[in-house]
Ligand binder design. Structure first.
Ligand SMILES: [Zn+2]
Ligand SMILES: [Zn+2]
Length: 258
């Protein structure tokens, strides 16, 4: 399984910067998990292939360029863009984003080929298919309805926490997977901001350390993601101090193969 954390910003030479401002994971060049930077960072081949987007929750950093992506492709879509999300998240997207005020209600619109956007409700706790992948989604502990995911291609399984503080259901689900290749888990704030992390339901390196102790898996790669750019260096230093084997910070723009 090939996973890229899409870049959100680029330097003067056009090279992806290390800061992660938006969230969008591209899996096997065709399935996106969240869509923060989807309209910014895909190459033309990927733009032609991505027709399935899993939206874990409706926060702006996870959906910022989703409306623009569909707008860009509007006349070209020969099949609808499928938005996989829980019923609650679908309702929030319709109410707050695709509401004719912030952006057009694409779910009501057609081009020459047919509908341009279609919602596919996620059955929480049960496996479902997205392109060639099998996915299981369970609620995580965030300030809005949010799901964490296990994504499998039959050989490889990767867990994605989305935005979350300490969880029960997600840890349980992760522990139930027979073989886990990688865990992509958020670490948004440094330890000194534990209060803000708590009210906004995010991890710090210290609370991440506690969470990882709940896991029964050994040896999988642990990729820290969603580091707030302003505190990136401080978070990385505190993650290093944990001395957890296989824990690294995921780099935007780099291709990871599991
Ligand atoms: Zn969030
Ligand atoms: Zn976020």
């Amino acid at each position: 399984m090939r996973i890229e954390l899409l870049p959100s910003t680029f330097d003067d030479e056009g090279v992806a910067t290390l800061e992660q401002r938006l969230t969008c994971f591209l899996i096997d060049d065709c399935v996106a998990v969240d869509a923060g930077s989807i309209a910014i960072a895909l190459d033309s081949q990927q733009r032609n292939k991505v027709r399935d987007i899993i939206v874990t929750h409706p926060h702006m950093d996870h959906i910022a360029s989703l409306p623009i992506f569909i707008d860009d492709l509007y006349p070209l879509l020969q099949q609808p863009m499928r938005i996989h999300a829980t019923q609650e998240v679908i309702q929030l997207l319709e109410r707050d984003v695709f509401n004719w005020n912030v952006y057009p209600r694409f779910s009501d619109l057609k081009n020459d080929y047919g509908p341009v956007m279609e919602y596919v409700p996620i059955p929480v706790g049960r496996s479902f298919s997205v392109a060639h992948l099998t996915v299981v989604a369970v609620p995580v502990n965030h300030i809005v309805p949010t799901v964490g995911l296990i994504v499998s291609d039959g050989t490889t399984s990767v867990a994605l926490s989305s935005d979350s503080a300490d969880t029960g259901a997600f840890c349980k689900l992760v522990n139930e997977v027979k073989h886990l290749d990688a865990l992509l888990i958020e670490t948004s704030f440094p330890n000194r901001m534990a209060k803000l992390a708590e009210v906004s339901r995010h991890f710090t390196p210290a609370s991440l350390n506690d969470e990882l102790k709940k896991l029964t898996h050994n040896g999988m790669d642990i990729m820290a993601v969603h580091l707030k750019p302003t505190y990136r260096a401080e978070i990385i230093q505190q993650l290093d101090e944990l001395q957890i084997p296989n824990l690294t910070v995921m780099e935007p723009g780099k291709i990871y193969n599991w």
